[in-house]
Design a protein around this ligand. Sequence first.
Ligand code: GTP
Ligand code: MG
Length: 191
Amino acid sequence: MAFLGSAASPEQFPAGGLPEVAFLGRSNVGKSSLLNALVGVKNLARVSAQPGRTRLLNFFRVGSDMVLADLPGYGYAKVPEAMRRGWEKLVTSYLVGRGPLALCVFLVDARHPPTEGDETLRSYLDHQGLPYVVAATKVDKLGRGEAARRREGLVRGLGRSARSVVAVSSVTRTGIDELWSTIRAAVGPGR
Ligand code: GTP
Ligand code: MG
C-alpha cells in the first residue's frame, strides 16, 4: 500500500495504469475511514474529526493490483459556493475523463435517508453509465434488524441501479470482506 499523491487539479492526477476504484459520498460519511478499513492501515487516508477536510483527490496504490482514489465529499454547508463549485468541477473532471476507473464506491449514511446531494450523484453516475456499488456506512450504530431494513430501502431506492448494496462499518469491519469481493470482481481479470 503506497500513497501516490494528492491532486487539486486534473493535471495532478497520477498517470493511470492500474484499474482504479473511487470513493464518493457526502462529507463526513466515512470515505477515508472505509478506505483505511479496507487496506487495514490506520490513518493512511486521513480521517477528519471536522467534516469537509478531504479537499483533494488522494490516490493510493494497493499492491500491484489497483489504485484507490479518495474523493472530496459534498454537502458540507459551511463551504463557500465558489469553493463548492471548484470541487464539483474537479470531481466531475475525474469521473468523466478517467480511463482506468473501474468502479465507484458510493457511500451513504445507513442511518439517514439519502440527501439531495446523494440523489444528484446517483443520477450523475447513472447518466454517465459509471458502475457503482452503494456502501451504507456506520451500521455499527444500528441494530441488526434496523441495518437490514435500511439496506433493503437502499436496494429499492438510491441503489436500484447499483451493482450491489453493502452495509459496512469501519469500526466493527462489518461488510468489509463483502465489499472487497465486489471490488476485486470489478478490477480483476475478465471484468
Ligand atoms: P470528508 O473527508 O470530510 O469528506 O469525510 P469522510 O467521508 O472521509 O469521513 P471520515 O472517514 O473522515 O469519517 C467522518 C467521521 O465519521 C469520523 O469521526 C469517523 O470516526 C466517523 N466514522 C467513519 N466511519 C465510521 C463507522 O463505520 N462507524 C462509526 N461509528 N463512525 C464512523
Ligand atoms: Mg475524508
